[in-house]
Ligand binder design. Sequence first.
Ligand SMILES: Nc1ncnc2c1ncn2[C@@H]1O[C@H](COP(=O)(O)OP(=O)(O)OP(=O)(O)O)[C@@H](O)[C@H]1O
Length: 240
Amino acid sequence: MSDPILTLDNIYTDIAQYHILQGVNFTVPRGQVTMLLGRNGVGKTTTLKTIMGQWRAKSGAILFEGRDINTLPTATRARAGIGFVPEDMGIFGDLTVEENMILGCTSGPLDAVRKDWLLAAFPALATFWKSEAGNLSGGQKQMLSIARALAEDRQLYLIDEPTKGLAPAIVSTMAQALRELKEQGASILLVEQNFSVARALGDSAVVMDDGAVVWSGAMAELAGNKDLQEQLMGLSMEAH
Ligand SMILES: Nc1ncnc2c1ncn2[C@@H]1O[C@H](COP(=O)(O)OP(=O)(O)OP(=O)(O)O)[C@@H](O)[C@H]1O
């Protein structure tokens, strides 16, 4: 297995008085797609936010490229090479699609090659490039949110439920864009409840329950074992 780009070592995170993450351990191999799976409310989003520094782990280490980033501010983690696509989009409705994309570029103008790739991957954004983002459909807003997070090259992307609520045709557009991102060499940690997308994209899987990791291994092993899926995730995959 290739060396990990990210390692979570015994991470504990509290939110208010609640002990949400209770000793999370896993690695994200370089250049691969790692699926973060599990029932609702087990701590997947909290794990992504802890990696990004939006919640601060009270103990444990987060090693990115071998360096513990756990005490660094979020902006420093982003500059170090981690991109985050949160579930709640964060699109500015009164700005155009183009202006929203420019906001995704913190270190310079939008690279022309990258822009061409993103507009080919998400053609609706090209159509509405000069339109206010507030007028886009829900699915188009989600595409803009992903495209904006991909506007700059990062070594690692944390992506939270990118296909949630999308129509099947848009789900495959999204899956194809993520596949292309991986082909460009990025490492991806992806929370995804759509099991057919998870199976198609994932190289490895990490399954959480109750604030800790209960299984990790090859995605193919999990995909081929229905009993294991039911034992680890119950019916949650079918509920989405
Ligand atoms: N701001 C908050 N205040 C209090 N509790 C929170 C807060 N954010 C999350 N939690 C709680 O932390 C637990 C883990 O939530 P989290 O969103 O990480 O789970 P998840 O696995 O991503 O779930 P889902 O699949 O439903 O998105 C839940 O019990 C949730 O209610």
